[in-house]
Design a protein around this ligand. Sequence first.
Ligand SMILES: NC(=O)c1ccc[n+]([C@@H]2O[C@H](COP(=O)([O-])OP(=O)(O)OC[C@H]3O[C@@H](n4cnc5c(N)ncnc54)[C@H](OP(=O)(O)O)[C@@H]3O)[C@@H](O)[C@H]2O)c1
Length: 342
Amino acid sequence: MKGQNGKIGWGILGPGRIGRDFARCLRYVPDAYVAAAGSRSLERSQAFCKEFGGNAYGSYQELVQDPDVDIVYVAVPHPMHEAAVCLASDAGKAVLCEKPFAVSQAQAASMFAHAAKNGTFLMEGLWSRFFPAWRYVKELLDSGRLGKIVNITSLTGWGHDPKKLPPTDRLLDPMLAGGALLDGGVYSFAAMTVAMGRLEQPTEFFSSMLPASTGVDAECTIFMRFADGMSADLMCGLYRKEFETTITCEDGSIYIPRHRDPDTVIVKSKPRVGYAQIDWDDVQTLKFPFECEGFQYEAAAVQDWVRDGLTTSPEVPPEETLLIAGFCDRVREKAGLRYPFE
Ligand SMILES: NC(=O)c1ccc[n+]([C@@H]2O[C@H](COP(=O)([O-])OP(=O)(O)OC[C@H]3O[C@@H](n4cnc5c(N)ncnc54)[C@H](OP(=O)(O)O)[C@@H]3O)[C@@H](O)[C@H]2O)c1
């Protein structure tokens, strides 16, 4: 690492909405700093660096060449991820790429192959699992205290007001691979895979898509069943106002409101089964507060892996990104949704 005083230097590629949130959270990682920002507009990166520090560049090419940058955070819209990841990897940089990693499984595979050829670190920014709340949920599931998982229901509805979301917004723009599936659906798929703790193709897979005015998906519902009988009900929607994951186990359930960046977990256990009713003798509401938007947990983990010389993440392995991208491909294929650039 070439960073200042042994610190890791982050390069923000695309200083937009999430780039700002991420940079703000780096202040909570003791050995991290913003080394540089690269934008298509020098004015934009200058304004960003005035607030967060670092060298400002008017191109992504210059950003990835900066020797102070150890890890590039790719925070541009999804169709631009591949070019950005390859550019940074070719410059020898480790890369944390925002979700959804790619617009298709084939593209994701090609990106991982590119980084593997260069021997550089690459991971999809599935940041939710790094929050203390999700860490607790994982420990609880792994302990077996609640028994086997029988169902996972994960709903990612952003609750946008249809009257206020213009068709030009990234979320609705087909050229930017807009729609609920790639923007929110990956969170529900990832909530499912992280809870299951294994990567597996379902034995049954059904999906349905509701189009938005621009032709991208306003909403998707997905049902899956796995070989052990576990089922999953997933939903993503631009306008729906549900944002939660429930993991139902044989002897209890875990409810995670706002599962993308949770600070609360509700655990029900010790069921008392009556005629046509179930009561829970033990209901606990656990709080896991965090500072800022919470990107610091993911950033710290990535730094450790990069320092250890890893090229992929043990917690968000390429196989998981590829599995989820494949699920999204299936949903789009069934609905006949193709982006104009495909
Ligand atoms: N982890 C999370 O919670 C989370 C939350 C939101 C978004 N995201 C992901 O982060 C990525 C960026 O989302 P965002 O909401 O931050 O995007 P954004 O603010 O609209 O744009 C981010 C940057 O991307 C570039 N950009 C924007 N529109 C572009 C276009 N039409 N063509 C080429 N470049 C364009 C711009 O970079 P320049 O300054 O170089 O022009 C902009 O600064 C997406 O993949 C999204 O899914 C993740």
